[in-house]
Write a protein that binds this ligand. Structure first.
Ligand SMILES: *[C@@H]1O[C@H](CO)[C@@H](O)[C@H](O)[C@H]1NC(C)=O
Ligand SMILES: *[C@@H]1O[C@H](CO)[C@@H](O)[C@H](O)[C@H]1NC(C)=O
Ligand SMILES: *[C@@H]1O[C@H](CO)[C@@H](O)[C@H](O)[C@H]1NC(C)=O
Ligand SMILES: [Zn+2]
Length: 483
């Protein structure tokens, strides 16, 4: 009787249509974990024994490789994963923030905290998910520290300035936190998780080094650890995982065999004609010539070195999507694979580099998925990483922001939907008939039992309110919820 009363009073207080869930996907939504292993090139598992990654490929889907956005560097490429936008559209055009007036530059880490740099009109998926009622988290992922339209990702961990990005013990702690605390205890829907390797060993020792192969084994053990943790917490059937990276890595050519690119040595070029420059940062650079000097600088550099590409911003090949943002400087330079751009003299000694044309095979990252919404043991052809965002929004059942990707490019990975019918899947006619029937039954029940309910409830409220002393207000409440 008491249960019936609660049901009746509840129904009278709210309209019938409010019983329909807001989103069709809400009932069947699985959780999603996006992981990036910085600089994990598409073929890094081909010369190393990687049993855990192989197992994951059998249990899920892997792409041959994926194509990152240009510039193929960390913050811009990660923000493309989070927004589905090309770099010229999301505005995080470089790892470094800079001001051409004051000559100030901020390195990668400090740039993480410049809100106005990240919040340039494209919302990362955390914010969109939160606005649509989901719970999101992020650990170390580029962009985590920033505030977007006054909102941050609600659950987050930003690495300290001096952080050892290679420590396997720490990697496991981070996984424990994300799986055990964030997904299991706090019931988050979406988390992005970042690991700084194998980028660092790739730079330091080169992509063909034993150190890089050793680090790939560490990644493999970590993937095994992650999947074990997920199993331990009973999340295997409720959590989709996407593992990918921001870019690849290629060997820098050195020694007497190659002619290095050193701008100051190029005839007709002088840094005196330059107001601001961003060079000595791998294979790409940007120049702001002084007033009236653009043509002179451009003509001096164009064709000056067989492996240096020189473009006026507006001439940048459209396929690179890196010519159309006010932050881009008037002259954009990039080098062929193996070359880096030096300013006054060579100051770059990395054995491996990235930042090259995204058509270069060595710049392509890997891409693996596993989970309840994905097919098994499938290899799909390459696609651009702008398409990861619409895939994630689909998996989470949220409406995407405007973006440059399309679900068509990734939907072949999805397992056929399990039959799980909610009200929204039924035809309007069926819903209509059901609603009318429910309504008639409710009216019948209420006319026969409402009086009894009211009496009973008033009595029980009175008993409760002897301790809370709020009887008058409660009484009004009961009145309001009647016809
Ligand atoms: C650069 O500095 C100048 C001078 O302080 C300032 O007016 C301008 O807004 C700054 N630009 C950016 C992008 O912060
Ligand atoms: C994006 O950045 C550019 C250059 O800093 C600025 O002019 C523009 O207003 C920004 N747009 C948004 C929406 O923040
Ligand atoms: C790795 O991190 C753990 C815990 O954070 C620490 O105890 C250990 O000393 C670190 N190992 C190395 C090699 O730095
Ligand atoms: Zn990177």
């Amino acid at each position: 009787m008491l249960l019936l009363c609660v049901a009746v009073l509840g129904l009278t207080g709210s309209s019938l249509s409010a019983a329909v869930p807001p989103r069709a996907a809400a009932g069947s939504r699985n959780k999603l974990l996006l992981i990036s292993f910085d600089g994990f090139r598409w073929d890094y598992d081909q010369d190393v024994d990687t049993p855990k990654l192989d197992k994951m490929a059998r249990d899920g889907v892997r792409a041959e490789y994926v194509t990152p956005p240009f510039l193929t560097i960390t913050s811009p490429a990660h923000f493309t994963l989070l927004t589905g936008r090309y770099i010229e559209n999301h505005g995080v055009i470089h790892n470094m923030w800079f001001n051409t007036t004051t000559q100030e530059k901020k390195q990668y880490y400090q740039t993480q905290f410049v809100d106005s740099y990240w919040d340039n009109g494209s919302l990362p998926i955390w914010i969109t998910a939160q606005r649509q009622g989901l719970k999101a988290g992020s650990l170390h992922f580029p962009g985590t520290a920033a505030t977007y339209r006054r909102e941050t990702v609600e659950v987050r961990q930003v690495e300290p300035f001096l952080y050892d990005h290679s420590n396997e013990t720490d990697w496991r702690r981070n996984i424990d936190k994300v799986i055990g605390e964030w997904f299991h205890q706090q019931d988050l829907d979406f988390v992005s998780l970042y690991f700084g390797e194998p980028d660092l060993v790739g730079h330091k020792y080169g992509p063909n080094s034993p150190e890089r192969r050793e680090m790939v084994k560490q990644v493999d053990r970590t993937v095994g650890y992650l999947r074990d943790k997920i199993q331990e917490h009973g999340l295997t059937d409720r959590l989709n995982i996407i593992i990918t990276a921001d870019h690849g890595m290629t060997t820098v050519l050195r020694g007497g065999t190659v002619e290095e690119i050193i701008l100051s040595k190029i005839p007709g070029f002088s840094f005196k004609d330059i107001k601001f420059h961003l060079v000595d940062y791998g294979p790409a650079g940007m120049l702001l010539p002084k007033e009236g000097m653009l043509e002179k600088v451009y003509q001096a550099l164009k064709g000056s070195h067989p492996h240096l590409h020189v473009y006026k911003k507006e001439e940048m090949p459209a396929r690179l999507h890196y010519g159309n943002h006010p932050r881009l400087l008037p002259i954009i330079l990039f080098a062929d694979p193996g070359y880096v751009i030096n300013g006054f003299f060579p100051v770059q000694f990395h054995k491996g580099e990235h930042g090259f044309d995204n058509q270069v095979l060595d710049m392509k990252p890997f891409f693996r998925v596993v989970g309840p919404d994905f097919k098994k043991n499938l290899v799909v052809p390459p696609f651009e990483t702008v398409n990861v965002y619409p895939l994630m929004c689909h998996l989470l059942g949220i409406n995407p922001e405007v973006n440059d990707g399309h679900l068509d490019n990734t939907k072949d990975m999805l397992a056929p939907k399990k039959i799980k019918r909610g009200l929204n899947d039924l035809s309007p006619v069926v819903v209509g008939i059901t609603a009318v029937t429910v309504f008639l039954v409710v009216v019948f029940i209420m006319t026969t039992s409402y009086a009894g309910c009211k009496r009973n409830q008033a009595e029980s409220r009175f008993n409760m309110d002897r301790t809370s002393g709020d009887f008058g207000e409660e009484k009004t409440d009961i009145k309001q919820s009647s016809f």
